[in-house]
Each structure stands twice: as C-alpha cells, then as structure tokens.
Ligand binder design. Structure first.
Ligand code: ZN
Length: 480
C-alpha cells in the first residue's frame, strides 16, 4: 500500500528499537501486539496500523532524545494523544516501520495563573483534566468536545480541534497563547508565552497548531482562561422546517449577542437514532420534527434564563420553533447535551456510515443540505443523510447512514465517490472539506484536489523546511 510518505523512512531493526526503548525505560515501551492493539486502531475502525514499538516518554527531554535518534536514523514517528482523532492522523501506517510516540505520560499541570487568565499544561493532559484545573481556579477553559475525557490537549492543538463552544470562544487555535514544541531534529522550541499581543515576525505557534504532528511535536501549551459564566440556560428546540434554521439562528444572535454560547443542530432522523440506540435518552419534546436545535445562553445570574425564554417565545410567535424543552436543572441540561453528543455513537446502531466534516458560510447551510442530499440520493438511492453539527460555526457533520437493506461493505465502498461529490458541493459554496477534524490520511488526496497548486506548494515547502528527512507522521496531511 502506498500509505506512507514517498520519501522512504527505514524499518528499524531490533538494535535500533532497543535504543528507543532505553530512552523511556522498558516499562514505558510496548512491543506486545495485544497490548499495542488499542493504540493502533481508530474508533471508527477505518484505520488499523502496525508498529514495532510504542514509546511513552514522561518529559520533554525524553521526547527530544527520541526525535533526535529517529531523525539521525531516518525512522518515522507518529505522535499520539488520546487516540480520538477521526481522520487517521494518529495511527501508524500498515507497513510496521513507524514508531508510535504516545504523549499520555506528559500530563503535568505546570502552572495556573487565575489572575493572568493563563495556565500551562503538558500535552498528554486530557481536555477534561484541563477544564477541571481551570474550574478549580475559578476560571473557564471553554474548549469542549464529546471525547474530552480521553482527548489530550496536545492532540486538540495538533488538530486545531473545534467542538461545541467555538461560536463564543473560537477553535483550539484561539485558546492557546504559547507552545513548547520538539522539532524533528530534537531541538526544543520554548514558546510558552502568555501574551495577548506579540508581533515578532512569523507566527511559529500558529504553524504548529493544526499541523497534525507533521512539523513538530507539541509537548506543552500555555492556554487562555476566561471568566466562568454565572448562569447557563439550555434549551432543545423543535423546528418545523429546514427554512426555519437560519432565521432562528439569526434571531438568537440578534437577541443574545455574545451571550449565545452554543447553537447546535441535528436532523429529526438523527434524534430518532439517538433515542433508539443510546440507553437512558428520550425525546425532549413530544412529537417529531424535521430539525432540532440545541441552544445555550450564558451570562449573569438571573439573566441568561430570562434571555432564553424571551428568545424562544419570540421564535415561536414567528413560527420558527414549534416546541422547546428548557432545562430547569443542571441534570436536565446535561441530558439535553447528551442527545447532541451521542449523535456520532448512535449512528453505529444503523450500520455503515459515511462521514463528512465540512464547513460553509453559515447563511449557505440550508442550500448545502439540499444540494448534498440530492448528490447522495444520486450516488446511493435510499442512503439516509443524518446531518448535525455546529450551526453557528457553519460546520456540518454531514454523515450518511447506509440504506436499510444494503451490505455495510457495499455501502462503505462508495465512500470516496460520495465524499468527492459532497466536497464538490462544499467547494462550490465557498466552503472547506475539513472544518474541525483535520486532514490526516482520510483527506490527504482530497486536499490536493480541492486546494490550489500555490497552497499545496506552500504547505510542502513548510513541511520540507521543518522536517527535511520526512520522519514526522509520514504520509499524513501533505503528500509528496
Ligand atoms: Zn463537531
């Protein structure tokens, strides 16, 4: 398979593997196939890789030594955080010649500066642990994803993760002020600055954020913290038609302004999948609607709930919302969020699913949904689109479940054809083929197809400049 970089990285022999193991200690290296298995399979089962060894360094210095050795010997290195990525970026190729560098032991919280709204954490700290540490200091770290219990902050930054709070706080990129990165040759760049303003030439930090382990390995980050809102009000609203989504979002933006901290959406069919397959979930409102929106308003105590109630009343009057459930306790709010967060998991119960993580300008989401639906029906009649995602970010997870009476493999064999056609719709609307999951292996060829020669050339030049021997995550993101 031509899954790795065309620049050949070499197969490490037993003596070389022993030198990698020596850096972290035998107890922190995994060579047994059964023990390796959970690190080599991504959760959608799209990629299963092989590796001679998984090494688990505990310090930046150990990462530095590992990369210096790999670079000198020409061995490919795949960095991995919580293994929750969705594009295969964290999985080594099938050849078994790349080593895996798991960052989960680098999980110290180095400092929390509540007054300065900053904290410095190591790459393997899980997102949930970061949120908790911020909360412990009376602050908020807003990045939030369904996989936050396992996803690491290093992985979130390496993939510029999005999630459900982007509308108000931006993607991972906008939540980091500084990085510590080990370069391909083992040198360490200490860019852990807690500055809001820093105009000192090329932005090296932004180069590494979203680079998916292909330019350097992030070992620590200085993150931005925010005041914790005093009150959050959450509602799950039923919408009578696709046409109601955009005006409802615009009304919410106009009335809540910066207090609108989430505006998520999902199709009625997808909510039915959730209540069918996810234990403990139930419909939040009676009857069935074609579309649902989950909205959250945050603000001062006593104000957020009133704002949300007013908004829902206004939307109902205008015919934009047919029914809504408003959470009256933290548990109820968590239950409403659970319906949205289980959206991916629920699709597993309906057979094969072809997934697209795309973005278009917010105002064009309804047009995208109509056009993409037509494309899917042409390629696979009877396939069931179940779109959901972050409406306010223009980010649609355009997932398509297989027709009921089709073999899973027959359906999944249509992945490339369907993805190309859906991506063509996205590009025609001025959108992006990867909104928040990244490129990895899944979209490597598509990136080259939809982006200009100039863009691809610049990306390849950056890759060559920072990783001249091609050892960092070979064959991911940029191809040669
Ligand atoms: Zn998402």
């Amino acid at each position: 398979m031509t899954t790795s970089s065309d620049r050949s990285v070499k197969v490490p022999d037993a003596r070389l593997i022993a030198r990698f193991v020596e850096i972290v200690g035998a107890e922190n290296a995994i060579t047994d196939a059964a023990e390796q298995a959970p690190f080599l399979r991504e959760w959608r089962d799209l990629y299963v890789g092989r590796t001679p060894v998984i090494v688990k360094p505990a310090t930046t210095e150990e990462v530095s030594k590992l990369l210096a050795l790999a670079n000198a010997e020409g061995v490919g290195v795949v960095a991995q955080g919580g293994n929750t990525g969705l594009v295969g970026g964290q999985i080594p190729c099938e050849s078994g010649r790349e080593i895996v560098l798991s960052l989960t032991r680098l999980r110290r919280i180095r400092s929390v500066d509540a007054a300065g709204d900053a904290m410095t954490v190591e790459a393997g700290t899980t997102l949930a642990e970061v949120q908790q540490a911020a909360r412990g200091a009376g602050r908020l770290f807003p990045l939030s994803l369904a996989s936050e219990g396992s996803a690491t902050i290093g992985g979130c930054l390496a993939t510029n993760a999005g999630g459900v709070a982007v509308l108000a706080y931006g993607t991972a990129r906008s939540l980091v002020s500084g990085l510590e990165v080990v370069l391909a040759d083992g040198r360490v760049w200490d860019g852990l600055r807690a500055l809001k303003k820093d105009n000192t030439g090329y932005d090296l930090r932004d180069l590494f954020v979203g680079s998916e382990g292909t330019l350097g390995i992030i070992t620590a980050a200085t993150l931005r913290l925010f005041p914790e809102p005093e009150e959050r009000a959450t509602a799950f609203a039923a919408l009578p038609a696709l046409d109601a989504l955009l005006p409802f979002f615009q009304l919410a933006e106009a009335q809540a302004g910066a207090s609108l901290t989430a505006f998520e959406f999902m199709s009625g069919d997808l909510l039915a999948f959730v209540t069918r397959h996810i234990p403990g979930t139930r419909r939040p409102v009676a009857g069935e609607a074609p579309w649902y929106a989950l909205i959250e308003v945050s603000g001062r105590a006593g104000q957020a709930a009133a704002l949300l109630d007013g908004l829902l009343a206004d939307a109902a009057e205008r015919g934009l919302v047919s029914d809504a459930a408003v959470a009256s306790s933290l548990q109820q709010a968590a239950d409403l969020w659970r319906l949205r967060e289980a959206a991916s998991e629920a699709q597993k119960g309906e057979g094969g699913s072809i997934k697209h993580d795309v973005s278009v300008p917010v105002g064009r989401i309804p047009e995208f949904l109509v056009k993409a639906g037509a494309v899917v029906e042409r390629i696979c009649p009877g396939a069931r689109p179940v779109p959901f995602g972050h409406f306010g970010d223009g980010n649609v997870h355009y997932n398509v479940s297989q027709p009921r009476e089709m073999e899973r493999e027959t359906f999944l064999a249509k992945w490339e054809e369907m993805a190309r056609a859906v991506h063509d719709v996205v590009v025609s609307l001025g959108g992006s083929i990867s909104a928040e999951h990244g490129i990895g292996r899944l979209k490597r060829e598509e990136l080259v197809r939809v982006r200009s020669e100039v863009e691809i050339d610049l990306m390849r030049r950056i890759k060559t400049a920072l990783d001249p021997n091609g050892i960092l995550n070979p064959g991911k993101l940029v191809s040669f």
